[in-house]
Design a protein around this ligand. Structure first.
Ligand code: SF4
Ligand code: SF4
Length: 409
């Protein structure tokens, strides 16, 4: 553990025991930890996504796809606002950099109990907290921590699957047409926007399932706070994008929430099942490379079995493959008409803050997908009910611009 991680544990323990102010005073007086690190943990909203634990000294040169790592005139590292949170620099930094920890203010919000706080768990959660940890047990654990409820973002991946399938059906009219899915990975979207702006017009105007989930909760419960939990650092940056900043109040990683469960002494395995979500296979498999393509293809086949142009998919797996795929696309070398990119190798199950290796992560996600009561959202009565409660009277109305699921790139 580096100093930043150690400090996070000390302060989270103190916050849970209602003695945070005392602990902060003691730590400041002791001089054992840098004041900036304490401040970063207390006010993560004022801190950059990539925290500098060491600013100078033996810090290797770090390459950044987005050119966000620079050196100032004194040779100190500077992370610019172009950072997308892909996390690539952290492992290469020899302990100089860390991903921002956003836990402390959340503990305060949960303890105050003034507003309902919803946990939105990423589709990659299957098996991350142990083989016996089901969605129902995880919901119990979040409630024990003080959350009002837990929602599987897979349910909103279902809705985005419907939207992408409808967009495909409308847009793809000849063998020259193609779509780049916008719908889940912010690193993929950032690569397109930064390096292949000429392709942006092929990206459907859809928000990610995380944003769809946050906005829907706030539409139904306007005073609610929303917390996304996943294996991803880039989602912390996505949640702050100006045009969608209304949706998600806090983004935590699986590692941050696991640590919080441990510090709070919550044994998830011993808790009762508390079931309520009914996502389809389509939404559940978003967490691995190829999942979005498979979900949209099966949903399209269900929506329009007579479609004259079949969906043919190509995937970029990890940032290098994503860049290569987009480059090949601009040179006319790709014949596929549905292009999916995942910034991490394996997809979100290979995310930088996953708790288990990507191979068992993928197996768990596929198993959970196969156990779903519905294959596609078209047949999922729960998705259709949810859409109606959000004001969408038909599946087709998802093609109209709206303030919940639409985003302009
Ligand atoms: S997180 Fe990614 S985008 Fe941000 S500085 Fe590090 S390598 Fe660059
Ligand atoms: S693939 Fe990686 S960067 Fe993209 S959403 Fe998943 S965890 Fe985040």
């Amino acid at each position: 553990m580096n100093d930043y991680e150690k400090l996070a544990v000390i302060l989270e323990e103190a916050a849970l025991e209602d003695r945070l102010a005392d602990e902060v005073r003691k730590l400041r007086e002791s001089g054992k930890y840098a004041v900036e690190l304490i401040d970063t943990l207390l006010r993560p909203d004022k801190s950059p996504l990539i925290v500098q634990i060491k600013k100078s000294g033996r810090i290797p040169d770090i390459s950044c796809l987005f050119d966000a790592v620079r050196r100032d005139e004194n040779g100190n590292l500077v992370i610019t606002s172009e950072c997308t949170g892909c996390g690539g620099c952290i492992d290469a930094s020899n302990g100089a950099l860390a991903g921002r920890n956003d836990v402390l203010p959340l503990i305060e919000t949960l303890q105050k109990r003034e507003v309902p706080v919803y946990a939105m768990i990423a589709p990659a959660f299957s098996g991350q907290f142990g083989p016996e940890i089901t969605s129902g047990k995880l919901r119990s654990a979040f409630k024990k921590l003080g959350f009002y409820g837990m929602i599987e973002v897979a349910l909103f991946a279902d809705i985005l699957t419907l939207k992408e399938a409808l967009e495909f059906d409308r847009t793809i009219q000849s063998d020259k047409d193609f779509l780049l899915t916008s719908c889940c990975c912010p690193t993929w979207v950032a690569i397109i926007r930064k390096f292949y702006a000429q392709l942006v017009s092929h990206v459907p105007p859809s928000v990610s399932p995380m944003v769809a989930c946050g906005r829907s909760i706030k539409k139904i419960h306007p005073d609610a706070k929303t917390v996304f939990i996943g294996p991803c650092l880039a989602k912390k940056a996505e949640a702050k994008d100006k045009d969608i900043a209304d949706a998600v109040d806090t983004v935590l990683t699986f590692k941050e929430i696991k640590e919080l469960f441990d510090i709070a002494g919550i044994d998830i395995a011993s808790l009762p099942e508390d079931d309520s979500d009914h996502s389809s296979k389509a939404g559940r498999i978003y967490a691995r490379t190829g999942g979005v393509s498979e979900a949209v293809a099966s949903t399209l086949a269900r929506l329009n079995p007579e479609k004259n142009i079949p969906l043919t998919a190509a995937q970029g797996d990890g940032v290098l493959e994503c860049k290569q795929l987009l480059s090949d696309l601009t040179e006319g070398k790709i014949k596929a008409n549905f292009i999916e990119g995942m910034g991490c190798k394996g997809g979100c199950v290979g995310g930088p803050r996953a708790l288990i290796a990507k191979e068992p992560g993928k197996e768990n996600v596929d198993r959970y997908g196969d156990a779903a009561p519905f294959t596609t959202p078209v047949d999922n009565v729960h998705v259709l009910e949810l859409l109606r409660s959000l004001g969408f009277e038909s599946i087709e109305s998802l093609l109209e611009r709206d303030s919940t699921f639409t985003r302009t790139f």
